[in-house]
Design a protein around this ligand. Sequence first.
Ligand SMILES: Nc1ncnc2c1ncn2[C@@H]1O[C@H](COP(=O)(O)OP(=O)(O)OP(=O)(O)O)[C@@H](O)[C@H]1O
Length: 627
Amino acid sequence: MIQFFKLLFRNRLAGLGAVVLSVIVLLALFTPLLPLPNPNITATGDRFLPPFSEGHLLGTDHLGRDLLSRLMWGTRLSLAVGAAAALIAAFIGSTIGIVAGFLGGRTDNVIMRLVDMLMAFPYILLALAIVAALGPGLINALFAVAAVNIPFFARNIRGVTVGLANKEFVDAARLSGMSNLQIILFEILPNVLPVIVIAMSTTVGWMILETAGLSFLGLGSQPPQADLGSMLGEARAALITSPHTSIVPGIMIFLIVMSINLLGDGVRDAIDPRLKSGALSRPLPATIVERDSTPPVPSDDLLALQDLRTEFHVGDRTYKAVGGVSLKVNKGECLGIIGESGSGKSVTALSVMGLVASPPGKIVGGAVSFQGHDLVGASYDELRELRGDRVAYIFQDPLSTLHPLYKVGDQLIEAMQAHRKMPEKEARARAVELLESVRIPNAARRVDNYPHEMSGGMRQRVSIAMALANEPDVIIADEPTTALDVTVQAQILTLLDDLRRERDLAIVFITHDFGVVAQLCDRVAVMYAGRIVEEGPTAAILDDPQHPYTKRLMACVPELGGGKRELHAIPGLPPAVDRLPQGCAFAPRCNFAQDVCKQGDIELEANGDRAVRCLFPDKVSQTEVTS
Ligand SMILES: Nc1ncnc2c1ncn2[C@@H]1O[C@H](COP(=O)(O)OP(=O)(O)OP(=O)(O)O)[C@@H](O)[C@H]1O
């Protein structure tokens, strides 16, 4: 709750709305206790007294009634009616939406067509018709306003429910034997509740306005009872001669509706978990760079990361996702980056082309040199030209990287035309050629397939074809085979290996599978808590790991045909990168750790073509992993 209020008040306007609305609601609640004259007592001798008259702070109306008193009582009534109408509309509309969305099929069709019929009438006409049928009066106006708003809730909530009804957690609830009612109450409702609250908070202002509108037309509250709408209606005749009688209720309506709307926006932002974590905030086109030290001189390698540091700044926390990584890859080489989940592999890869979402991501130090040129300081235009052209990416899940509504051929053509002008016919021929080069059978026909018409392995081949579209120098593949079964995984790895040899490609391959590294990579870098802990030629590292983390990672991998061998999971969990321990980040999980490991920073010590960040590499090298 405290977190909710903190988030709410971070939005200044929402905070202002909350304060204004709270004051109005408090005044309305305590109106009976305030020393105000009776709002309905007329005094024809005191008609249209101006504001600040004696005994009448806001003046009087056309019957000499005290305006302040009528305003307070009227506000109380308008707020109560608006909130009640919103609750009724939200309850009935959401129930209809949840039932229709959850049951689907004919029930959904019948219910939603009835709702559509209700929506086909202009809402104010519908409200007028309902009040005309029921007779004028505030309660009837309340029902009319609630009724015309039911379709709004029904449609919104139905849409959300349809999306939830087919989710795995609902299937799981069904499999566990829960009834439809239980699923709706315990699985669906908690998920749609934030949407209902958000919809309510943004519509209650409207409902107050609509009720005021009906009262203004004489169909809501009846004389002498005051609500804000009827006060406006009565003041209409004296708009020119005594404008204060209209301005007073007008300002109150404005304040109520504005404060509710501002607060509603704030509530929406604070309630939505994706907005809370910044996931829906639109990232900048390139990662923010704020280097705190002079960048290193660019290297001559094709691609080199030099002491790269990338952080996420969320609230007052700093997540050191990449804490000084140096790596290089040259033409025709394949470099593997391996590590547990959360070790910083993806953020390292995304930092290369400035693709880390900013905010909250920031590159705070080091350099990424590509063909001798530092990309960390490069302009967005420069990065955009290189992205997908000289440096291409392949991601883990092709379903989320391929656009679901475009044919794969069109997406390949788009990838080429983003970088060079090419006639449509030539681009299409090249797209077919690309699909053939990634061994997609019947490429001329497949080019017109949509992603959902292809299997997972096929889609990943399309992603590889897309990465190859502009004949890049470097491909960064971020766990491209993790989502595939082993047979398809082997085919994709062979394909990547062949392509690398045929085209002299440099590949940076991110994985958490040592088997994949062994099959594909010339060199491997092992990452832990945002830093490289060991690096060197794959064969040498597989043969003789010198960092305890590498050794333990390898001990987790089952070996086919290797005889019976106990698999040893790594005890404990990786440290959170916003609270890294002093000294070696692996020390709390390490059998070899001594006090000295937990003190100062430990360097990545180079030894020939290998490097290791450990004080006791020889000891590690000579000891078997036992538990
Ligand atoms: N938007 C973010 N805000 C805060 N921290 C983040 C954000 N994105 C990533 N991180 C942190 O950065 C660290 C590195 O994440 P990264 O995705 O690079 O790990 P990874 O090794 O690629 O893991 P995986 O194998 O699961 O993809 C993690 O500890 C993660 O918590």
